[in-house]
Design a protein around this ligand. Sequence first.
Ligand code: PLP
Length: 366
Amino acid sequence: MWDEIIKSRLDSNGSLRFPVYLSSAFNLPEGERYRYSRENNPTVEELARVISLTEDSESTTCFSSGMAAISSTFMSLLKPGTKLLMGSDCFARTYNLAQKIFRQWGVEICFTDPGLDNLLSVNFKPDVIFTETISNPLTRFYDQSAIRSHFGDEPVIIADSTLSTAFNYNSLNDGADVSLQSLSKFASGHNDAIGGSASGKTKIIEDIDQMRRNLGGSMDPLTAFLVKRGLETLPIRMERINRNALEISRRLMESSKVENVLYPMLEIHPDYRNTSQKLKGGGGIVTFYLKDKIQNVKEHLNKLRKIPRANTLGGIETGISHPFSMSHRSLLLDEMKRLGINERMLRLSLGIEDIEYIWDDLQLIL
Ligand code: PLP
């Protein structure tokens, strides 16, 4: 399957790469199929085709960001009175979207404490379930087959597969109905594009695609080109990233300066029994807690010479973030406490550099 993706489809001129159709509209009648690029565009459609191959899905629709994919999917599936079950350990914007917007519009939402066991033990009959396959930043693993067998066929199961990636885990084949991705992360992999996707059976993706056209969060063709180019090297990037992340997480565990390390492939991880069977690799996110209080986060992380302090993850270069003051700062203190996010927590996104290059730099903040 990955070889098919690398080979790329030739266009009618025989160009080796699929071209970027930078055209807002298409002349009728020959441009009937595309008409207008908010609705549909050949380069974006080509990316969707390739994502469907990696996700093993019937259909995919692409968005201007991961959040556009999540909000359009929610808009398509949630109505006043719909019962939504959600793991509370997710990207803060996704949490806020549900908590501050959809709840206000009458969607009944049950947020569970981190971990699959808590999700499976609720007294709540959901119509829709949302989890991140590997949650950000706690790295808890939400096994989609366990969710499906516990709740049965009725609920629509949405999996945000951003952190696990199509290389490490296939959420659709494991029971999810919709696999969402922020393509801005590991999928594109070079910190140069913002995008999102929703994949699944045509029947459900068609509705989400119509919502995209209505809301207008469509992907532009240049981004589609960049994401597709990145996706073609996902397997070799992820093999290296998986290896780097596992090794760094082991070294961090042994450091006297570190209190705890969260990484799905560590034997001490609470989901290890599942992750060791279901995941090809643990992905690139390693979250850890320093033993000592960080006096001034900015000054502390500025000691790093090579690793940038960045509000994103999934690139070929290692990055570090402080969820408390960065990605999850919009949460209330109580909400952060529930998730175990505190001032001593740091989140690494491992890249493809030599392991000693990364480890040498990390010494400066341990
Ligand atoms: N889902 C997860 C798990 C994320 O970590 C993020 C962003 O960090 C998003 C969705 C949102 O994606 P985007 O930034 O492309 O809108």
